[in-house]
Write a protein that binds this ligand. Structure first.
Ligand SMILES: NC(=O)c1ccc[n+]([C@@H]2O[C@H](COP(=O)([O-])OP(=O)(O)OC[C@H]3O[C@@H](n4cnc5c(N)ncnc54)[C@H](OP(=O)(O)O)[C@@H]3O)[C@@H](O)[C@H]2O)c1
Length: 349
């Protein structure tokens, strides 16, 4: 790789659930990495991690570390993005952020490359990526919107524990083990036991009774699809699934829609895979759509309570399309379009 084709890539939050998938996907998708820098909190500084058979020492993420980084994937939570992104941007480093810190900032593009890739062109140093439930939901709704005009949708989510992060996966596993041994169930991450249970709360409650996750689904759907008047009502639920979120959607459209037309729209869309054969009991499940690039869409039927309505089901990997994959797809697109170049190539160093 020469200086014009390879990048100094940083991962902030490299030790976390999303950070691990960023590493795996950057390698699997052959992203043009010249130098890799791994960042996390001071707790992880000095830890050694492997990437493509080479060992890397984790550094503490702090101001000043981005001077030589071309592109940094931020996956360490909103407060870390808010405190470090501007420092990275000043250093000429493109920030591709997984947190909610800047998603609704009108100056920051919020991009799903299959839906609004044109928004990447107006970035000012930061690209935001959607919340995981929104990303998975829109992989089903966007192709339907393009044909039939989306008016409003209702969603009930079935969200896996990896959406909360690495500690939550351990909590589910520990609770299952403790249960099988007849021991008291340890609980730190969730307000209720998650093993053998469901928790109708994802994120904190707002004054209107909706949670942050439910509000994000409305606001981010509007911004990404450029539908500022879109009506959305979501109920977000945590379920004892390790990985991949599922969403039951009821959507109303401007124009009449049949099941066959809807299936054809989904089948043609690059972000979705149609799995929909009731006679053979075929529909997507989270296990089947773990570590899959596409989100699975099925259970498509005419909604019996809405005009021009459809009921459907989508499963997609929250750590891939909902997080790491979407971020990398945005970076790949920027490289292809010449919107991201190594600093060394620009300065001729
Ligand atoms: N999980 C998902 O499905 C998903 C989907 C979409 C978006 N996101 C977003 O992605 C981000 C990461 O989520 P996650 O699920 O990967 O969480 P996680 O598993 O808890 O990992 C958090 C990462 O952030 C690092 N970190 C924490 N405090 C830090 C600090 N002060 N400075 C630098 N690094 C710090 C942690 O490093 P240490 O190991 O040193 O603590 C760890 O690497 C969050 O903004 C989340 O909202 C997650």
């Amino acid at each position: 790789m020469n200086k014009t084709s390879s990048f100094t890539v940083g991962i902030v939050g490299a030790t976390g659930a999303v950070g691990q998938e960023l590493l795996r996907l950057l390698h699997e998708r052959n992203f043009p990495i010249g130098t890799l820098r791994l960042f996390a909190s001071a707790r992880s500084a000095g830890k050694v991690m492997e990437f493509a058979g080479k060992k890397y020492t984790v550094e503490e993420a702090r101001a000043g570390v981005f001077a030589e980084v071309d592109v940094a994937f931020f996956a360490a939570g909103g407060p870390v993005t808010r405190s470090l992104a501007s420092d990275a941007v000043k250093a000429g480093c493109l920030v591709i952020d997984k947190s909610s810190a800047f998603r609704l900032d009108p100056e920051v593009p919020l991009v799903i490359p299959e839906i609004n890739p044109q928004a990447l062109r107006r970035h000012k140093g930061i690209i935001a990526n959607p919340n995981c439930s929104t990303a998975v939901t829109l992989m089903a709704l966007w192709p339907l919107h393009q044909r039939f005009g989306l008016k409003r949708y209702f969603a009930a989510t079935y969200q896996s524990v990896s959406g909360t992060g690495a500690d939550a996966v351990r909590e589910l596993e520990d609770q299952v083990q403790a249960h099988t041994k007849g021991q008291p169930l340890p609980r730190k991450v969730y307000p209720y036991q998650i093993a053998f249970n469901v928790i109708p709360q994802v994120d904190t409650f707002g004054a209107n009774g909706y949670t942050g996750e439910e509000t994000k689904m409305m606001q981010e759907s509007r911004k990404i699809m450029d539908l500022p008047q879109l009506k959305v009502s979501a109920s977000c639920v945590r379920v004892p699934v390790v990985r991949a979120h599922s969403v039951a959607i009821n959507a109303e459209f401007e124009r009449p829609v049949s099941v066959e037309q809807a299936r054809a729209a989904i089948a043609e869309f690059p972000g979705a895979q149609l799995v929909d054969d009731p006679a053979k009991q075929q529909y997507p499940t989270p296990l089947d759509f773990t570590r899959k690039v596409k989100c699975g869409v099925g259970r498509i039927r005419v909604d019996t309570a809405l005009d021009n309505g459809l009921a459907l089901w989508v499963s997609g990997d929250n750590l891939w399309k909902g997080a790491a994959l979407n971020a990398i797809q945005n970076a790949e697109l920027m490289v292809r379009e010449g919107l991201l170049r190594p600093k060394a190539a620009l300065t001729g160093v």
